[in-house]
Design a protein around this ligand. Sequence first.
Ligand SMILES: NC(=O)c1ccc[n+]([C@@H]2O[C@H](COP(=O)([O-])OP(=O)(O)OC[C@H]3O[C@@H](n4cnc5c(N)ncnc54)[C@H](O)[C@@H]3O)[C@@H](O)[C@H]2O)c1
Ligand SMILES: [Zn+2]
Length: 354
Amino acid sequence: MTTTLTVELGERSYPIVIGRGLLGGGFDLSGHVRGKQCLVVSNTTVAPLYLDTLAGTLGGHDVASVSLPDGEVYKTVETFTRVLDALAENGANRDTTVIALGGGVVGDIAGFAAASYMRGVDFIQVPTTLLAQVDSSVGGKTGVNHPRGKNLVGAFYQPRLVLIDTDTLATLADRELHAGLAEVIKHAAICDVEFFGWLEDNMQALLAREPAALAHAIERCCAIKAAVVAEDERESGRRAILNFGHTFGHAIEQHEGYGQWLHGEAVAAGMLMAARLSGLESNQLSRLENLVAAAGLPVAPPAIAPEQWLAVMGMDKKVQQKKLRFVLLRSLGDSYVTSEYDEQRLRVLVGAGD
Ligand SMILES: NC(=O)c1ccc[n+]([C@@H]2O[C@H](COP(=O)([O-])OP(=O)(O)OC[C@H]3O[C@@H](n4cnc5c(N)ncnc54)[C@H](O)[C@@H]3O)[C@@H](O)[C@H]2O)c1
Ligand SMILES: [Zn+2]
């Protein structure tokens, strides 16, 4: 069964199509590519698995491709330039469509290239990791890392279509599946306590990759994210709740070096720190901790010296007027963004308290 959701953004609205077998002929991708030409951006791991299948659904188009090196360490301006080079070398014009085939790294780089080339060409997301299917492919944040900060360079640029073939998850490594579950738990924790309960009941089915369970989780997350993005596309307010756990998480990623801790793993430990900073009631805190642990994710951060925590978080681009902003929970499913937090609690959390 195929489900279609819509991200409502006026004339930039777009569908999210979720189902099985969509790359293998179950979906007419060709009909969504406006010009003659497209460039599929993938990487050395995903291209051998799915590029031919995807290209098969693009009959009638000129399909070029570029295969990027695999890994968060390559989410750089240099790699972004490679995509621009591929576009220019293939004579891409304003009618060319960029198609991202891969996880969040490929999607973020390809989207930024689509936003930049000739001031913007059509962009389609075909996410192949759980994390990308539940989070990064929806909402239009694109970009690359800079040595001084994660996602420091980028643009808001919405795709025209997000095509989620859940069958691609069959080849995903367990560790990556678990990392994606962190963002699934995040969506439930910030907005939907009922979904949180569903996750508690269905975590084993998700870990066993039961298609119906995966489809439900992906649909729920996309629906939540689509609604939040429709309300606040450019993160002037409410959209920031999607960063729950991310101020701590980004600090972990940056301190450990990109790629050591996966994004989802860092966010998992970060969510528990944010929940503690929130003063979340202990029974609810245990539920969050148990769910994170059940998903095979870390519940505590790596050892980071207190002053390093504070220094790395000071570089977080979400700092406004030098005051850190956090996403906190009133209870599971009820989140808010604030710069009014308990500073003593924060100091204790990063090991600097007495
Ligand atoms: N734009 C956003 O809104 C947003 C939101 C969340 C995260 N992100 C970004 O997403 C990135 C993380 O994304 P990710 O977790 O997808 O990591 P990733 O893109 O590095 O993919 C993880 C690994 O899985 C491999 N892979 C992908 N699909 C596969 C498949 N179907 N089968 C086998 N292997 C497969 C990849 O090659 C890679 O080795 C981070 O850079 C993060 O900043 C962006
Ligand atoms: Zn994230």
